[in-house]
Design a protein around this ligand. Sequence first.
Ligand code: FAD
Length: 321
Amino acid sequence: MSSTAARFSFELYPPRSERAAAALPATIDRLAAAGPDFISVTYGANGSSRGSSLDVLRYILDHTDVSPMAHLTCVGSSHEETNRLIREFLDAGIRRFLAVRGDPPADVEPGGDGLGDIRSSAELVQLIHRVQAERVPYGELPVPGLPARTVLEHREHVQIAVAAFPNGHPSSHSVSQDIDALLAKQAAGANLGITQLFFHAEDYLHFAQRAKEAGVRFPILPGIMPVTSPARLKRMLELSGEDLPSDLAIQLEVEPTDEGRHEIGIAWAAGLAQRLLDGGAPGIHLYTFNQHAAVLSVLERVGLGPVASATSTLPTESEPA
Ligand code: FAD
């Protein structure tokens, strides 16, 4: 049985074509109607998606009741540029962030100048808190009947999530190093973890247990993607660097119809989500690939979220994977 307290959230990426941009609002509306805790929007590591990420975040802010979460990256940027970027997003009304370093271009030397001024996500977490503190040093409330204002003790804080790697970041040497990285992110002020994709529930459950024992206090949401085609599986492997799960790959390869592959992907993701929730995961974060049907079907199968309209068999929106 899934925990009644379990929650869910979604990830989108900024559209890469006019057709995808035109289709995205309808997808967001459907995702928002399911009542997620937040919808996160990815950000290009070199700042390439600044405008389009912000457009998607603004749509979520202006047209839904859901809180948007902005991914931000720091690799390759100066301190001043990152400061300005954070301020721009805060000024737009964003109060939730996922602070990630981003991957440096292949030709950048490890430790070289091309990495920029801010070398890790932990430094980015600190900078987001600092910029917010400078913008809103304290809160004020009007005093009824007097031309005065009371200073509030607590100013408005932001939520800052960070990346977690159940099977290790590609450049880390051991799981302990990944746990140390999470502890560093926590010390910098992060208050939520979201994982890289993985294929086996035990990968997440062991990692979350080790992180907790090491002193990580914030919840870590497992990231799940319904893999509904061989092309999507290939993309998932590129993104995660994980080994190929041969059973799933074979099922997708031998299934002759799109409907059948869609069903395989949903059933597989729902099975994984259920094992994670049964094992104590605080919720699930669904990578949507900018398509609502598959993720809403996954939620329906694990008993999370209202999903009467989610049972259409094939995606109709946005770009294919
Ligand atoms: P960091 O935390 O800075 O870590 C980078 C490296 O340093 C790692 O090897 C880490 O192990 C090591 N390290 C850090 N601190 C320590 C420490 N204290 N001790 C030892 N080692 C340490 N990329 C994008 O470009 N845009 C996105 O929108 C985006 N969203 C993502 C969302 C999620 C949920 C995830 C999991 C990843 C996302 N990424 C995104 C990818 C991410 O930018 C890369 O994986 C990047 O290589 C690492 O990012 P990080 O924030 O974990 O880096």
